[in-house]
Design a protein around this ligand. Structure first.
Ligand SMILES: Cc1cc2nc3c(=O)[nH]c(=O)nc-3n(C[C@H](O)[C@H](O)[C@H](O)COP(=O)(O)O)c2cc1C
Length: 188
């Protein structure tokens, strides 16, 4: 009997320590400057969501930054982004982040031409996603999450990729309480 009690106590202790060690991080790419429907902004739309998620979950926040910034004006930016997508480019990023110690990854991006920005492919393909829980979120201006769920499922091999939470960029930018409501169901 004593042995059973000790074994049960050990199992409980081990599961508590596993829970304590579970770590999460928010990985986000978001572009400030001129954008559709919001004018010139200093904090990107997706970044606004990322900040709320980090605040509410206590997760660390890592911002993916392209080595070469995208143009500040909207029209030039969409041209550059389209060319990158057509070329299936992998633009260099300024800094990488070791994600091996994180179990849950909130993964945020704007929808660019129906997909994740190409600099996010650069980040995704540099990492081992096996065993990770990935909770994607994005902002857009009408198309919803596009084909990003498929992209993430295909590129984050071995990860449990949850449904994409998609929020209008203008909502993320201007309406904190609507943003909080939109993301409330995705937080762990
Ligand atoms: C290069 C580019 C491509 C875009 N493509 C789409 C699109 O395919 N569908 C859509 O609904 N919005 C599109 N948008 C609008 C952005 O997804 C939207 O403004 C988003 O909130 C920007 O987020 P950010 O400020 O975090 O970068 C595009 C914007 C840019 C700059």
């Amino acid at each position: 009997m004593l042995r059973i009690i000790l074994a049960a106590a050990l199992v409980i202790a081990l599961s508590f320590s596993a829970m304590a060690e579970a770590k999460s991080i928010v990985i986000v790419y978001s572009r400030a400057d001129e954008n559709y429907g919001v004018g010139n902004i200093t904090v990107g739309n997706t970044m606004k969501l990322a900040q709320i998620i980090a605040e509410k979950t206590g997760a660390e926040l890592f911002e993916v930054k392209p080595a070469k910034e995208y143009p500040a004006d909207y029209d030039s930016c969409i041209d550059v982004a389209k060319k990158e997508q057509n070329a299936n480019a992998r633009p260099a990023i300024l800094e990488d982040k070791d994600i091996s110690e994180y179990d849950t990854i909130y993964f945020g991006y704007p929808i660019w031409w129906g997909d994740i920005p190409m600099c996010m492919y650069t980040f995704v393909e540099a990492h081992d996603w096996n065993g990770k829980t990935v909770i994607p979120f994005c902002t857009h201006e009408g198309s919803g999450p596009g084909r990003t769920f498929r992209t993430l499922k295909a590129t984050m091999k071995g990860a449990d990729v949850k449904n994409v939470t998609a929020v209008r960029g203008s909502t993320a930018q201007n309406d904190r309480s609507a943003s909080e409501r939109a993301i409330s169901g995705m937080l762990k």
